[in-house]
Design a protein around this ligand. Structure first.
Ligand code: NAD
Ligand code: MG
Length: 392
């Protein structure tokens, strides 16, 4: 039996992972599940998968969770420390599907015990890629991509000579405002930003798709996972979301990965690797789909893409600042304190201020520095957002 834990099991990626595991319960021993406020669903998952431990990140929900699970023999715990401890429990495979920088510590703990880390939580690679990959190497543990584009790159590279790769293209749907007139973007509401044309995902990544902060995180994620030079990594807008990535080789050939917009494909690939197994996803009918379009992304519409390039050039702790400022700016947008277009303004301001203060330098990245930098960047972003709000 494969021993597995799922962090963020009640979210969109988490539910898709649970779905695959629940289809073959005899193959898995589920050690730990973690969630947030939706403890009814967390308890339901823990019971149906016969998990050993269920953890909510909110201590105030511990009692309710314990009541839901009383008499089942399933252990209950709560709080960020309890999630980190759950990640120390020995398993073979861990799904990292918490949203945001909160996924970093559980991911590190999983790698420290030598588990294979299936990484949906791109934020941890963006804020601490060097640390995460070093921890993986030191413990001979693997980090496997789950993000659809990165799973696509990984799959398209199987058996290839990496030195023959000239460029990597990751695609972007363009999100909710792809075709909006530019002048309407400042008026976009949280509700409008929270709908996605093709994918059914958590709210935060959906808003990040509208602003392309998601793709900017993914540019950095591509460098951290595969080691490509930032100049080799390109983004193309592809409204159909069926071609997830393309690899351009030095003989002029392009290898594309095409698949349904269903995360169970990428999750299943990481779950069953190095084998391919039949998955319960749609088989594409390309004749019915008819056409696949590609466009150059506009930096006027999506300044986040330019910011990602700047972050990659700055290195050090720039990724931690970028991600934290972005997370905090989104909190302000969702609370209607700043406009949709102000998110990039806030992030750029925090990034350039902290770079100017030499706060991004680090010789050997450590967790304490990442956490401290994340904290400072969030404070700065809150201040910047408050200033913008007052000016408005
Ligand atoms: P989601 O919001 O649907 O779920 C997030 C999960 O994390 C929930 O279980 C929630 O309870 C938990 N959580 C939230 N805040 C937490 C905290 N502070 N501490 C501990 N747990 C917390 O998000 P999602 O869409 O499933 O995305 C999860 C991760 O996967 C993100 O990093 C996202 O960028 C990445 N990802 C998602 C998709 C997708 O299709 N949804 C695709 C690619 C990558
Ligand atoms: Mg993606």
């Amino acid at each position: 039996m494969k021993r597995v834990s799922i962090f963020g099991s009640t979210g969109s990626i988490g539910e898709n992972t649970v779905d695959l595991i629940a289809r073959a319960p005899e193959e898995y021993e589920v050690v730990a599940l973690s969630g947030g406020r939706n403890i009814a669903r967390l308890a339901e998952q823990a019971i149906s998968l016969n998990a050993k431990l269920a953890v909510t990140c909110f201590p105030e929900y511990k009692q309710d969770l314990a009541e839901l699970l009383s008499g089942t023999g399933i252990e209950v715990a709560a709080g960020p420390m309890a999630i980190a401890e759950a990640a120390e429990r020995p398993v073979d495979w861990v799904m990292s599907a918490i949203v945001g920088a909160a996924g970093l510590v559980p991911g590190l703990k999983a790698l420290e015990q030598g588990a294979t880390l299936a990484l949906a939580n791109k934020e941890s690679l963006v804020c601490a890629g060097e640390l995460l990959m070093r921890t993986a190497r030191a413990n001979k543990a693997d980090v496997l991509p789950v993000d659809s584009e990165h799973s696509a790159v990984w799959q398209a590279l199987v058996g290839e000579d990496i030195s023959a790769v000239e460029r990597v293209i990751i695609t972007a749907s363009g999100g909710a405002f792809r075709d909006w007139p530019l002048e309407d973007l400042p008026k976009a509401t949280p509700e409008q930003a929270s709908t996605h044309p093709n994918w059914d995902m958590g709210q935060r990544i959906t808003v990040d798709s509208a602003s392309m902060f998601n793709k900017s995180l993914e540019l950095i994620e591509t460098r951290e996972f595969f080691g490509f030079d930032p100049r080799q990594i390109e983004v193309l807008v592809h409204p159909q979301s069926l071609v997830h990535a393309l690899i351009g080789f030095n003989d002029g050939g392009l290898m594309a990965h095409v698949g349904p917009a269903d995360m169970r494909h990428a999750i299943g690939y990481a779950l069953h690797y190095p084998h391919r197994r039949s998955l319960p996803v749609e088989r594409l009918d390309l004749a019915r789909i008819g056409k696949l379009e590609f466009r150059e992304p506009s930096e006027a519409r999506w300044p986040a893409l330019r910011l990602a390039r700047e972050v990659m050039a700055m290195r050090g702790l720039a990724g931690a600042v970028f991600n934290a400022a972005k997370e905090r700016a989104m909190d302000s947008f969702l609370a209607r304190e700043i406009r949709f277009t102000d998110m990039a303004v806030v992030v750029e301001e925090v990034l350039s201020a902290m770079e100017g203060e030499n706060a991004l330098k680090c010789d050997r990245m450590c967790l304490e520095d990442v956490i401290e930098t994340d904290h400072v960047a969030r404070m700065r972003a809150a201040e910047a957002a408050a200033r913008i709000n007052m000016d408005a």
